[in-house]
Design a protein around this ligand. Structure first.
Ligand SMILES: Cc1cc2nc3c(=O)[nH]c(=O)nc-3n(C[C@H](O)[C@H](O)[C@H](O)COP(=O)(O)OP(=O)(O)OC[C@H]3O[C@@H](n4cnc5c(N)ncnc54)[C@H](O)[C@@H]3O)c2cc1C
Length: 633
């Protein structure tokens, strides 16, 4: 009989549980239903980027319909209000849900620790709506401050405080430090009028990172102009600011990022909860006291080797979600459950665009590597849940549609690519390669060795003995002094290392004489007639394949990249000529999506992504399936 598995919460844990069940199920084994109060999954780890106006809100939410396309998971938008574990039933406002197995993955919610006025007056950063609300509020503070004549009120509007110096708080204040500078310029407000403060009860920031990394981040925040108040509890909050006991800080913006606890639904559950965060007690299989009810992610307290709850972080959520799904299938198949061991690999914290620290498997990575790692982790996650589509969308938002453009390079790169403008360039480049290839066939490149002459080497009966470069005067025969002089003026690149010399001839723009390449040609390519034939046939085939790929717009990005590589190869062998140098620039232009308009790529790339996604989500390879030819919305 088909078993009903109900998952509540489409966060990191719930999604992983649903995808794992879908991938590992046998036919007619389970019916998977996922209920969430939103129709999208929120990338909680990136909320600060939207709150700080680095990326648009679209960057941090992914439609659930998109994630569960090609799966058997039924997604329902609803909010579960009550849990009846005795009768295997849940209730929303209007509906009843029954289950054989339940996975609770409702995540966390901010913890206000009973501080008077905090809940009513502070902003939280725990949902998509929170992030948008903070962003709009901060914009509004600047709009109001610009024309505010009351000095105290203006000061209050321009003081931004984050409560809690853990990773969420530090990331948030880092974004504000960068964004408020732009806002100040926009609203004609002096930077020195803006006050940025981060407050924490602890004696240092980032207590979950090593001391060294915390110090690095502390120093960087100071450099950005952030005041760091440590050993400072927030005692009481009202609409005009907050008191620390020793002082009252005037502000309209207090963002509370100091405490989390399990989703409020657990309060009504007759189950054991651990400590202040109230996470549900689970066994080593992620089961609660009800054997068919699992609690995963932030809501469940899986223990580490020291008997402490695993931190409420993404890695824990993904691994417990996956573990619970596997154990449900084992239970259905009457197999022994598997212990869910969570392996935490580390923590990364970014402060704005250009700074990050990380402790990965006990090692402190340098700033540049931490920034890359943060990107890679997101890319890896999105690749797993949505394939190429999610990764491309993420990179689009992070790189091309970044809202704050600090670096000159960011300011100039385009946000929208009108691919059809590039079609003539692509066709012309394709035709040029095809023409070159066909011409070489006509010249007998498939019949006898030609490369030695082509590269300007003296030829003999056996290339092996005759691979000697022609004398300089002979090789540059026909050089026109005037043209060479012009070329020298234009391209006088003195790179001055590893034996790079520029040669100029009549219609040659330039050639780089690069020792290792010369060695390779003389000793490998021209070693004998057979190697010469292999390489020259390779060149002809490559030119024809590139030509056809570009003309048809098939794998255009790769073809353009290969074009550049082949041209670079010519620069170091035959030299590049007046009539061919444009091919480099045309190829660079074609990398920007030239196959997407009037090209096969328009259909092929989404199709390949769909095939991959279907395989990844179902563990079944299929070329034709329902909606296999869908294009991205
Ligand atoms: C700003 C911020 C930054 C963070 N940065 C990092 C970081 O850098 N690294 C890291 O590892 N962790 C980070 N975290 C923590 C991480 O996001 C959480 O550990 C993770 O999201 C937990 O996943 P989850 O699936 O348990 O819950 P969530 O991702 O919170 O998902 C819970 C889901 O349940 C749904 N839901 C809740 N109640 C109901 C209901 N009654 N009915 C229906 N649906 C419901 C919600 O809509 C939500 O979709 C950060 C968190 C925040 C807020």
């Amino acid at each position: 009989m088909v078993k009903k598995v109900l998952i509540v919460g489409a966060g990191y844990a719930g999604i992983e549980a649903a995808l794992t069940l879908n991938k590992k199920r046998k036919k007619d084994e389970v019916e998977i239903t996922l209920v969430d109060k939103n129709e999208y999954h929120t990338l909680l780890t990136e909320l600060h980027e939207t709150a700080g106006n680095r990326v648009s809100e679209e960057a941090i939410r992914i439609p659930l319909g998109r994630i569960f396309k090609y799966t058997g998971v039924k997604v329902i938008k609803d909010e579960i209000k009550s849990f009846d574990f005795e009768n295997n039933k849940l209730h929303s406002k209007n509906k009843e849900f029954s289950y054989d197995y339940l996975v609770m993955a409702m995540g966390s919610t901010p913890n206000f620790f009973g501080i008077p006025g905090l809940k009513e007056n502070a902003f939280t950063l725990w949902s998509f709506d929170d992030a948008v609300r903070i962003r709009e509020h901060i914009k509004n503070c600047f709009i109001l401050a610009e024309h505010e004549e009351n000095e105290q009120e203006r000061k209050r509007l321009l003081t931004f405080v984050v409560g809690g110096a853990g990773f969420t708080g530090v990331e948030m204040i880092g974004e504000l430090a960068l964004w408020t500078k732009d806002l100040a310029k926009e609203h004609d407000i002096k930077n020195r009028e803006i006050r940025l403060i981060i407050v924490d009860m602890m004696s240092r920031i980032l207590s979950n990172l090593s001391e060294k990394n915390a110090k690095k981040a502390h120093k960087y925040l100071k450099k950005l102009g952030v005041e760091i108040l440590l050993n400072t509890p927030i005692k009481e909050v009202n609409a005009e600011g907050f008191s620390t006991g020793e002082q009252f800080i005037d502000t309209k913006t207090l963002i509370w990022a100091a405490g989390v606890r399990s989703a409020e639904e657990v309060d009504e559950m007759a189950m054991e909860k651990l400590g202040g965060p109230k996470r549900l007690k689970v066994d080593e299989f992620c089961r609660t006291k009800f054997e068919n009810v699992y609690a995963v992610g932030d809501i469940g307290a899986t223990m580490d080797e020291q008997g402490k709850p695993q931190p409420a972080m993404v890695e824990n959520a993904i691994q417990t979600g996956r573990g619970a799904a596997k154990n449900i299938l084992k239970s259905i198949r009457s197999q022994e459950p598997e212990i869910v061991t969570v392996k935490m690999h580390g923590t990364m914290v970014s402060v704005g665009n250009f700074f990050a620290v990380s402790d990965i498997m006990g090692r402190e990575l340098p700033v540049w590597l931490s920034i890359i790692m943060k990107f890679m982790v997101n890319i890896h996650y999105l690749w797993e849940i949505t394939g190429f589509w999610g990764v491309a969308r993420y990179l689009y938002h992070e790189l091309l549609e970044r809202r704050q453009r600090k670096l000159i390079i960011e300011q100039h790169w385009s946000t929208r690519i009108q691919a059809w403008w590039l079609v003539p360039v692509r066709l012309f480049l394709g035709w040029a390669w095809l023409y070159e290839g066909i011409k070489k066939i006509g010249e007998g490149w498939f019949l006898s060795p030609k490369l030695a002459t082509f590269f300007g080497y003296a030829t003999g009966t056996d290339a092996n003995t005759a691979a000697t470069p022609l004398a300089g005067a002979e090789a540059t025969e026909g050089a026109v002094e005037g043209a060479a002089a012009t070329v020298q003026t234009l391209f006088n690149l003195d790179l001055g290392f590893i034996n790079i010399i520029l040669e100029k001839t009549a219609d040659m723009i330039f050639r780089i004489d690069f020792g290792p390449v010369n060695w390779f040609i003389e000793n490998i390519v021209l070693a004998n007639d057979t190697t010469q034939m292999v390489f020259q046939i390779g060149v002809v085939v490559a030119e024809i394949v590139l030509g056809l790929a570009l003309l048809s717009g098939t794998f255009t990005f790769l073809a353009a990249l290969a074009s550049i590589a082949l041209t670079a190869n010519f620069i170091m062998t035959t030299g590049i000529y007046e009539k061919t140098w444009w091919m480099i620039f045309a190829a660079i232009a074609c990398m920007g999506g030239a196959g997407r308009a009037f090209g096969v790529d328009y259909y092929l790339i989404p199709y390949l992504n769909n095939v991959w996604e279907y395989l990844w989500k179902n563990h079944r390879f299929s070329l034709i399936f329902k909606r296999s030819f869908d294009r991205p919305e």
